[in-house]
Write a protein that binds this ligand. Structure first.
Ligand code: SF4
Length: 773
């Protein structure tokens, strides 16, 4: 996924004290610990990342927006240094558009000359006439900023500087007169006007006059009607966006529509962050835990948080997905959906947005958009899960398959977003683009077939590596999209012709198996999918495969399938992306080894179903693949869960009773990873390390939370065994129980959890009440 818009926070303080400002006045207070201004080192590294990203994706242009705080507080000399360096690093690689968002108070001829010299386009924040502007945009001492801003705007209107002027940004206050605000903005002859709704969430809803449920719709409709009556004298992005999306065009703004968001922020200290507006949700909400010194823009783009924001319809909650105006609204601004610990709600402005869209469509006679974008819908749930619902049901000793069902839905949306990110980076017309087109078609016709492949744990791990550019070799690049599409075509019985990557004479097809093409080396193979076979051709060799056949055949190593109840779990010893587990995976098992594994798994499944039916039910819903690990020299049983492979568990071969515990234990880690994709549970910026009973080395807070969650479940399994009189079970239960209880206390004391993290921890702790008998 290519990012094209980079917001650089060049100065983190402001000379105004607007009480609606999301930087200082809302939940996120990270500005307090950041440097006041971006240092030359941070700027150089950030510009380098932009250039690196533009070069890697062959981008024809990128935008860098200078933002704050107030960017002009940098002063002309530092601003010159910054712009010189930025252009020096980025301009040789791609066309660089530089913009700035300012309050306009410090605009002077000296600044204007400088900005003209470096071709910087300037947007100014103004909330309308003096009365409206004075409602919020004041100096710290309460004085009005209106005159100073108008002086700055007069400068920008001079013919010499007119080319710098990019528009006005107005935050709506429904107490102000809408038409007077509109007229006052028009007086400043802006090239464009942006109206923003004041930042708010379900936890901090916007102010509304008593008895008026949709004042923002009424206010904006009044502006819209006057604008139409005036003959649309200036572009107003909000209305233009609604008209465009009504005709299935792009929205042009992250506030509306289903377009993928491709914007990231660099803070003054070099941290990569998500869009600024998230600051309204909770402290630390925009954080990624990455910096320009340590991570590339590709790595930021590959994070699940950004992926979900590119997943279009699939990334929205149930209510929005079913909404008749979703193609125009898109659930509103992401930050405005926050409530009860997640972003799967409709916008807190939902009623206003719906009413406004209907009004604009009727007035403009625009047909309501019916296209929901290229992504397919996900299976609908009755309602969105709240954090307390999920956590409460998902702690020991019970387990809850419904929780996992919801997590699978979220994970599916994330993987779809990642795949779309891969597709966005493809050149037009190549074999990878053909694969994407086929996937999109199948998604429309037989979504369950696509879901079968998308929910394979190692499709996600490939997509993350592909987007981050961290893997090497053909299997790690976008060409593997062809292999994903072949698997979906086979799952749906759809004839197709595609190209797949070959590495060292092997072509892997996720969920299906590996085709051996000796002599093909590294390159590609042509695959023809027919209703009952696959013909894979490379280097004059054609292998004919009948998917679904169990045993190996010449040139074909099918992925083995372990049947449990009415479900199947893959014995995954071929997928190259299983290496994400970081422990040495077994090579392809011989038939006897595979049979032994299958028998052990089958027996372990029965043990889990008997001892902890709730957890077994969760495994039944969410476990997709088991990766056999090699026994290392120490001969100790090991198991692993990978952050980017929901539904996969890796383990060494062991007896059924131990394997049952390993599966429950590791699947808890799977669930925790899925929670972490939805909720921030730990303050990522706090480097505290905590001593725990189960490891010799102090652990980061997130790892401790993981350990607590997993060990609580293990303690529950051993408690059942102890209660049944299994010899030696009680001390094991006691050990896990005490480790967990002690770690809960240590983690609470460290005070590093978000409110949701604290809630989850408390629920786990409560589930331990009673402890050892
Ligand atoms: S109008 Fe409401 S329900 Fe419909 S898409 Fe927008 S926020 Fe979602």
């Amino acid at each position: 996924m290519a990012l094209t818009e980079f917001v650089f926070k060049v100065h983190s303080r402001c000379d105004l004290a607007c009480d609606h400002c999301y930087v200082y006045e809302h939940a996120d207070q990270s500005w307090r610990r950041r440097p006041v201004r971006m240092t030359p080192e941070v700027l150089r590294a950030a510009a380098g990342r932009v250039a690196e990203h533009a070069g890697a994706h062959n981008l024809p242009a990128v935008s860098v927006i200078l933002h704050g705080g107030e960017p002009l507080l940098l002063g002309p000399s530092r601003m010159r240094e910054l712009l010189t360096e930025l252009r020096r690093v980025v301009s040789p690689v791609t066309r660089l558009h530089v913009g700035m968002q300012t309050n306009g108070v410090l605009l002077s001829e000296r600044f204007a000359d400088l900005l003209a010299e470096f071709d910087v386009r300037v947007g100014v924040s103004l909330d309308g006439d003096r009365t409206a502007n004075d409602l919020h945009r004041r100096f710290r001492n309460g004085a009005s900023s209106h005159d100073r801003v108008l002086t700055g705007l007069a400068l920008l209107r001079r013919p010499r500087y007119r080319g710098l002027y990019s528009g006005l940004l107005c935050t709506v206050d429904v107490r102000a007169d809408p038409v007077r605000v509109y007229e006052a903005l028009l007086d400043q002859e802006p090239p464009r006007i942006d109206f923003l709704l004041p930042h708010a969430t379900w936890e901090h809803p916007p102010w509304r006059p008593e008895g008026d449920g949709t004042p923002y719709a009424g206010w904006l409709s009044a502006v819209h009607d006057r604008w139409v009556a005036d003959g649309r004298p200036v572009p107003i992005r909000l209305f233009d966006s609604l008209l465009s999306t009504a005709r299935s065009g792009p929205s042009g703004t992250e506030w509306l529509g289903l377009d993928p968001v491709d914007l990231v922020v660099v803070e003054t200290d070099g941290e990569w962050e998500q869009a600024d507006s998230l600051k309204v949700a909770y402290d630390g909400a925009p954080a990624t835990g990455m910096t320009v010194f340590t991570h590339s823009a590709d790595e930021v783009a590959a994070t699940p948080e950004l992926a979900r924001r590119r997943s279009g319809l699939a990334g929205l909650g149930v209510t929005c997905r079913a909404c008749p105006v979703v193609a125009q609204c898109g659930g509103g601004l992401f930050a405005h959906r926050y409530g009860d610990g997640h972003f799967a709600n409709p916008s807190v402005y939902c009623a206003d947005l719906k009413e406004l869209i209907v009004h604009v469509n009727e007035t403009e006679k625009a047909p309501p958009a019916t296209s929901a974008g290229p992504d397919v819908t996900l299976p609908a749930s009755d309602r969105e899960p709240s954090a307390s619902d999920l956590f409460g049901a998902a702690v020991a000793p019970a387990g809850d398959p419904d929780v996992v069902r919801r997590l699978v839905e979220t994970q599916t949306a994330i993987v779809r977003g990642l795949l779309r990110g891969v597709a966005d980076s493809l050149p037009r017309g190549g074999p990878e683009a053909d694969a994407w087109d086929l996937l999109a078609e199948l998604d429309h016709a037989v979504p369950e077939a696509v879901n079968r492949v998308v929910t394979h744990p190692y499709v996600r791990s490939w997509a993350v590596e592909c987007l981050a550019g961290t893997g090497t070799g053909a299997w790690h690049g976008p060409g593997y999209l062809g292999a994903v599409a072949v698997a979906a075509a086979v799952a749906s019985g759809t004839p197709a012709r595609l190209t797949v990557p070959v590495r060292a004479g092997r072509a892997h097809l996720p969920t299906l198996g590996t085709v051996l093409l000796p002599g093909a080396g590294d390159g590609t193979a042509e695959v023809r999918v027919t209703p009952d076979s696959l013909l894979v051709t490379a280097a004059d060799t054609t292998v004919v495969v009948r998917p679904g056949t169990v045993g190996s055949a010449p040139g074909w190593q099918p992925t083995r399938v372990m049947a449990v109840d009415d479900r199947t779990v893959l014995l995954e010893d071929g997928d190259p992306h299983r290496a994400c587990h970081r422990l040495p995976a077994s090579e392809r098992l011989g038939d006897a080894d595979a049979a032994r594994w299958t028998a052990a798994f089958d027996a372990a499944w029965r043990v889990a179903a008997d001892e902890v039916p709730g957890y077994a039910g969760e495994l039944r819903v969410g476990l997709r693949a088991v990766v056999p690990l090699r026994l290392t020299g120490a001969g100790v049983s090991e198991a692993s869960t990978a952050r980017q492979a929901f539904g996969g568990v890796a383990a060494t071969e062991t007896d059924p009773s131990s394997l049952a515990v390993l599966l429950v234990h590791e699947f808890q880690h799977n669930k925790m990873n899925a929670f972490l994709d939805i909720y921030d549970l730990v303050d990522a910026a706090n480097p505290v390390k905590i001593v725990v009973g189960w490891r010799p080395d102090p652990r980061p807070a997130e790892a401790v939370l993981h350990g607590i969650y997993a060990h609580a479940a293990v303690a529950a399994v051993w408690r059942v065994r102890a209660d049944r009189g299994v010899e030696g079970a009680y001390p094991v239960h006691r050990r896990y129980h005490d480790w967990t209880a002690d770690a809960v206390v240590a983690l609470e004391k460290a005070d590093v959890l978000t409110p949701n993290g604290a809630r989850l921890l408390r629920q786990v702790a409560d589930s331990l009440v009673g402890g050892p008998s």
